[in-house]
Ligand binder design. Structure first.
Ligand code: GLN
Ligand code: ZN
Length: 761
């Protein structure tokens, strides 16, 4: 019998119960026991849901109070020294201190997990750490599942993927020097789990979807050679996901384990070689249901793949599964009350994906005819989606077809544009500006919520926003900033704001996915051709410019960022969807220009995170991503200044792509790294204007004028004064006015001081 299995389920709860419990606990409103009880409730409900759906062995250990990479560090006592000194309280508080920091102790870093929008806590590897099995909580969770009547399979993150996800204290630290100790401790954990009754263990090795060097590949082999011998009779499922294994496939197929899971959504073509080359006794787990997106599976194609496998290997050696953990999709479509029935019929969230997995397994076990009705309904739903008027827009298609190479080019090179822009703008050297948003106060959020709930009429909210904008402009004038912004008070979120004004997008009521810890996001769903029924930002821009005689930047979110932070259609390549987004932003930029806007910023903070997992695919991605930005930005006149913004410091590795974007001015995050990443490389490879952030907005601290002067002087070693801008690292949305005003005052003073020095020299 082929088995329906699942690799992991969302841990936030159907109504974000985990968020609520965590935040109440952090606020001191919930006891540790109450938090544990809430967590247990979520685990039990998840297991029940999966068992009821027909999943054979529920995953255990996929739940986490914050993050599963942090859990791994915690289980094996990989606790950075600075936290060991905190003797304050319980293990739980130590755990949260690592994730969130504690008075005077900096939290561990957080970064994106592979190419998802989920953030994990980055393990710190100083060198010489010893893995020790100090907190085997997963053994208790396993027993909890068994006691509740659910056959279960513990899930661990492999020590190799764990070590690779960490950051070492320096280049000389060899992360794999820790591996032998890790394998010892993992072996001990396997024995404990086996002792508690586990017969299968899932060990996730997502790193196999990456380019691995010889040392890493060897580490994978060594890991499974050792772990497969740790407990006689214990069966290991190695789970790979997020991409095809390519050059790592052969290695993966020959690991001495019972089963290998393959992501057949991202890599359907690897089934054939896997079937051909797999050792006879290897159980294959087929990841057929997309764990990264919200569309119904094309069951007919998925079933054909499963049948192909069933033709070649015995059903006893077949698992049917989602492509990866369902962590990255919302929990249940049933809680959506307001989706149009037409669109709802195209979607599958976590709960529905389980049904798809179970159905496919049943088809294999009982024959295609046993699931004929469901296959037919699925085919009909997919056909309806393809044919829907909602999906296809002839005018958009015509605009796509009309894109030419010259649509991607400004009229003149940057130097000439800069001359024309300066003639219009007459900015001082080292002009000062901000990234766009100003503090979103509790009051502003409250008014927005009241308006959304219909408690106040939209005009009342709009008046409130107008007032915020007026104040924001006034503050910037008082600060004597050179290029002003309206402050984005009307925007809840930089992607959602645009999505709500565009056709082709739909928003869910409860489609939350975990971003990090208690933080969840509700990505918009792009289901169809993207149409801009009317200008989206021009009214607000117009309002703000009447408040001042200084230039006000128009603020747009770039096509790549909108794409990256949404669930996107799977019926056309991402690049085509991105191009449609490029077209609507292009149209918006022209409307802003026609209204008199001379500076337009198109933010692309997510450009870099869209990089594919394999280096060989990077060039192709960067080409279309850059082209989409150029499509969005190149239509305006030479005298209109295009800005962009990116939120990462180390842009050295994509500097050529960023140069190719050809924005007149780019603002970047740099303050935290103290300009160190802005090295000479930039001087030689980047020739447009650049504003490396001098004020770290991620911290409440107000930087002094002196430290910003120092940063600017460092920047001047790499960027000539004629091309240097002065700005913070990112938007000020999350800060308080009390922090922002003195910080910007110091920033302007710093710019003035450096300017004066420049003219004196
Ligand atoms: N313009 C946006 C803001 O200032 C940019 C946000 C971002 O980079 N993530 O909020
Ligand atoms: Zn930013």
């Amino acid at each position: 019998m082929a088995k329906a299995i699942n690799l992991g389920f969302p841990r936030i709860g159907g109504n974000r119960e985990l968020k609520k419990a965590l935040e109440a606990y952090w606020a001191g409103k919930l006891s540790a026991q109450e938090l544990s009880a809430a967590a247990k409730e979520i685990r039990l409900s998840n297991w029940r849901m999966q068992s009821e759906a027909g999943i054979e062995q529920v995953p255990v250990g996929d739940f986490s109070f914050y993050d599963h990479v942090l859990d791994t560090a915690f289980t094996f006592d990989l606790i950075p020294e600075r936290f060991r000194k905190l003797s304050s309280g319980s293990d739980l508080d130590l755990y949260f201190a690592m994730a969130r920091g504690a008075a005077g102790t900096q939290a561990m870093e957080m970064t994106k997990w592979f190419d998802t929008n989920y953030h994990y806590i980055v393990p710190e590897i100083a060198g010489g750490e010893q893995f020790r099995l100090t907190r085997p909580t997963i053994v208790d969770s396993y027993s909890e599942a068994i006691q509740a009547g659910h056959p279960a399979r513990p899930v661990l993150l492999s020590p190799v993927s764990f070590l690779l996800s960490g950051k070492t204290a320096g280049h000389s630290v060899d992360r794999f020097a820790l591996l032998d100790g890790a394998l010892e401790a993992y072996g001990e954990l396997l024995r404990r789990l086996s002792h508690a009754g586990a017969t299968w263990i899932q060990i996730d090795e997502p790193a196999l979807a990456l380019d691995l060097d010889a040392a890493a590949r060897q580490a994978v082999v060594r890991t499974f050679e050792r772990l497969s011998q740790a407990v006689p009779g214990l069966r290991i499922l190695v789970a790979t996901y997020f991409g095809p294994l390519l050059d790592n496939l052969d290695l993966a197929l020959h690991l001495p384990v019972h089963s290998l899971h393959l992501d057949l959504v991202r890599g359907p073509e690897q089934l054939e070689p896997a079937l051909r080359d797999a050792p006879r006794d290897l159980t294959l787990s087929l990841g057929l249901v997309d764990g990264r997106n919200i569309w119904k599976t094309d069951l007919a194609s998925a079933f054909s793949l499963a049948e192909k496998a069933a033709d070649r290997i015995s059903c006893e050696q077949l698992f049917i599964a989602p492509s990866c953990s369902l962590l990255h999709v919302p929990v249940d479509l049933v809680s959506e009350r307001y989706l149009s029935p037409e669109i709802r019929n195209w979607l599958a969230f976590g709960r529905q994906k389980l049904d798809e997995v179970v159905l496919l397994a049943r088809g294999i076990n009982e024959g295609r005819s046993a699931i004929a009705a469901e296959l037919e309904a699925n085919t009909a739903a997919l056909a309806a989606r393809r044919a829907s008027k909602l999906v296809f827009d002839a005018a958009v298609r015509a605009r796509m077809a009309a894109i030419e190479e010259k649509s991607l080019w400004r009229q003149s090179p940057h130097a000439e544009r800069a001359r024309q822009q300066q003639a219009v703008l007459e900015l001082p050297p080292l002009p000062t500006t901000t990234i766009g948003s100003f503090p979103q106060t509790a009051e502003l959020r409250r008014e927005r919520l009241r308006m959304r709930k219909g408690e106040i009429p939209p005009v009342e909210y709009e008046n409130f926003v107008r007032n915020e904008i007026t104040q924001t402009i006034r503050s910037q004038e008082e600060l004597q900033l050179d290029v002003l912004v309206h402050g984005e008070a009307e925007r809840n979120d930089m992607v959602e704001y645009f999505g709500e004004l565009l056709d082709g997008f739909v928003f869910t009521e409860n489609g939350w996915v975990q971003s990090y810890g208690s933080r969840c996001v509700k990505p918009p769903i792009i289901y169809g051709d993207i149409v801009r029924p009317r200008p989206m930002t021009v009214w607000w821009w117009n309002f703000s410019r009447t408040q001042t005689s200084r230039p006000v930047k128009g603020m747009l979110t770039g096509p790549v960022t909108i794409l990256q932070w949404s669930f996107v259609r799977d019926d056309q390549p991402r690049r085509d969807t991105c191009r449609q987004l490029g077209l609507v932003i292009r149209a918006e930029s022209l409307d802003l220009e026609a209204a008199g806007c001379r500076i337009i910023q198109i933010d692309e903070p997510a450009l870099r995170e869209g990089l594919p997992l394999r280096a060989a695919d990077a060039a192709e991605y960067l080409k279309w991503a850059v082209d989409c930005f150029r499509l969005a930005s190149a239509a305006v006149k030479d005298s209109t200044q295009i800005h962009t913004h990116m939120c990462y410091a180390d842009f050295n590795d994509i500097v050529d792509a960023v140069q190719a974007m050809d924005a007149d001015v780019i603002s970047l995050e740099s303050a935290r790294s103290r300009m160190e990443t802005l090295d000479a490389f930039v001087r030689d490879r980047y020739s447009n204007d650049i504003g490396p952030g001098v004020y770290d907005i991620h911290s409440p601290r107000v930087p002094s004028k002196e430290e910003m002067v120092e940063l600017l002087e460092k920047a001047l070693q790499v960027v000539p004064a004629e091309r240097l801008w002065v700005n913070p690292d990112c938007g000020l949305k999350t800060r308080r006015w009390e922090e922002v005003l003195p910080a910007l005052k110091n920033m302007v003073a710093a710019a003035q001081e450096v300017r004066a020095k420049q003219t004196a020299d």
